[in-house]
Design a protein around this ligand. Structure first.
Ligand SMILES: Nc1ncnc2c1ncn2[C@@H]1O[C@H](COP(=O)(O)OP(=O)(O)O)[C@@H](O)[C@H]1O
Ligand SMILES: O=C(O)C[C@@H](O)[C@H](O)C(=O)COP(=O)(O)O
Length: 336
C-alpha cells in the first residue's frame, strides 16, 4: 500500500529549510559538563543533520538557510559542499549575527543534555524573500523543522516555503524538532506548530513534542491514535510518534498503527537518534518501500549514530545501514 506519492519527474530529491549550526560534542564522555574540558566541532542543527543523512544515503539534496559571515559560517558551507549538498540557497548574513552553538553533555549513555547558545543567531534571520521558489519547485520533498518557526523573519520564510511547496506539488515533511529555549510562550509555540502541521504530508515527532502541540486538545491519556487522527483531516498521510528506545509507531489514515522492529545499539549518547531515524525513514519511503521496512531502516541508521560521537558526521551510507541490519540479524550486535 502506497500512502505518499513522490513527484518522480523532479530532479532534486530533498530540500530542507532551517538552521545550520555547530555542535560541540564533549570528548570526555560519561562526565558532567562542569568537568568536561574539550569538545569536537561538527556541523549541527536538526534539519542540517537530516539533510546530511539523506546525502550520505545517496539522495540529491539542497539546503535553504542563513549562515553567519564568519569562520563558523564558512566551515558549515564548506562541509555541506563536500557532502554534495547544493548551497545556492544558503544565504550569508550581513548584520553581524552569529552561528548557533550546541554544547553537548554526555553524562552517561542515557543521560545526555544540550546547552544551546542561540542569541542573535543567523539562522533565524532568513527572510521570505530569500527563499528560492525555483529550488523548492524542482524538489520531490521539502522538510521543515519546528525551531525555524520560533521567530520572525525565519517563521515567515518557512510559511513562504510551505506555500511554494503546495503550489508545486512537493511532498512536505515536518520534523517537529521542539527546542523550548527558542520560544517565548507555550501558547505561541502551539499555535505556530499547529498552523504549520496542517499543511504537511508526513509529520514526525516524539510523544512529548505532540503533547506540546495538544494544549488546545482533549487527549488526557496522551493516546497516540487520537493524536495522529487529527492530522488526517488536514493534509497528513503518515504521522510518526517516536518513543525513544521503545521504538516508534507510524499511523496512516486507514487506522493502521505500523510498527517496526528496533535494533540493539552500543549507545555512546542519545542525541542524533531522531535526525538519523528521519533520514533513514524518508529514504526508505522515497524508494517505495513499505512503512515498516522504512521505519526499520531509520531505526538502524539511528543505532549507528547513537553508537558514534557525532550526529552529522556519523550519518551512515546505505552500505553501513545494510551491514548493521545484517550484523544484528546474525546476533553480532547486542545492546550496551
Ligand atoms: N537506545 C536506543 N537503542 C536503539 N534504538 C534507539 C535508541 N534510542 C532511540 N532509538 C531509535 O531512534 C528512534 C528515534 O529516537 P527518539 O529518541 O525517539 O528520537 P529523538 O532523538 O528525536 O528524541 C527510535 O524510534 C528508535 O528507533
Ligand atoms: O539540533 C541541534 O541544533 C543540535 C543537533 O545538532 C544535535 O546534535 C541534536 O540534538 C540532535 O537531535 P536529535 O536527533 O533530535 O536527538
Amino acid at each position: 500500500m502506497t500512502y505518499v506519492s513522490f513527484p518522480q519527474s523532479k530532479p532534486l530529491d530533498f530540500v530542507a529549510i532551517g538552521r545550520l549550526c555547530i555542535d560541540l560534542n564533549a570528548n570526555e564522555i560519561n562526565r558532567p559538563m562542569e568537568e568536561t574540558m574539550t569538545f569536537t566541532k561538527y556541523v549541527g542543527g536538526s534539519p542540517a543533520n537530516i539533510t546530511i543523512g539523506m546525502a550520505r544515503l545517496g539522495m540529491k539534496t539542497a539546503f535553504i538557510g542563513k549562515i553567519a559571515n564568519d569562520q563558523m559560517g564558512r566551515f558549515i558551507a564548506d562541509y555541506l559542499e563536500r557532502n554534495n549538498i547544493e548551497t545556492t540557497n544558503v544565504v550569508t548574513d550581513n548584520t553581524g549575527a552569529v552561528t548557533g552553538l550546541a554544547f553537548t553533555e554526555i553524562k552517561s549513555p542515557t543521560e545526555c543534555s544540550i546547552l544551546m547558545y542561540r542569541d542573535n543567531v543567523a539562522d533565524l534571520l532568513l527572510t521570505p524573500a530569500e527563499v528560492q521558489e525555483s529550488l523548492i519547485a524542482e524538489s520531490k520533498v521539502l522538510l521543515i523543522s519546528g525551531t525555524a518557526l520560533a521567530q520572525s523573519p525565519s517563521r515567515e520564510a518557512v510559511f513562504q516555503a510551505l506555500d511554494y511547496a503546495k503550489k508545486h506539488g512537493v511532498v512536505i515533511i515536518f520534523d517537529l524538532d521542539y527546542r523550548p529555549y527558542t520560544w517565548k510562550t507555550s501558547e505561541e509555540t502551539a499555535v505556530y506548530y499547529n498552523l504549520a502541521a496542517e499543511k504537511c504530508d508526513i509529520i514526525l515527532g516524539t510523544r512529548e513534542e505532540f503533547d506540546m502541540m495538544e494544549r488546545f486538545e482533549n487527549n488526557p491519556e496522551k493516546n497516540d491514535q487520537i493524536t495522529a487522527a487529527k492530522w488526517f483531516d488536514y493534509s497528513a498521510k503518515i504521522v510518526i510518534i517516536k518513543h525513544g528506545k521503545e521504538g516508534s509507531i507510524a499511523y496512516t489514515p486507514d487506522g493502521i498503527g505500523h510498527r517496526a522492529k528496533s535494533f540493539p545499539a552500543k549507545v555512546v549518547k542519545t542525541f542524533g537518534a531522531g535526525d538519523s531515524y528521519a533520514a533513514g525513514f524518508i529514504y526508505g519511503i522515497m524508494q517505495g518501500w513499505t512503512i515498516e521496512k522504512s521505519m526499520e531502516y531509520g531505526s538502524a541508521a539511528a543505532c549507528i549514530v547513537i553508537s558514534s560521537h557525532s550526529c552529522s558526521d556519523a550519518m551512515p551510507t546505505t552500505d553501513q545501514v545494510n551491514d548493521y541490519i545484517e550484523r544484528c540479524n546474525r546476533g553480532e550486535i547486542t545492546a550496551s
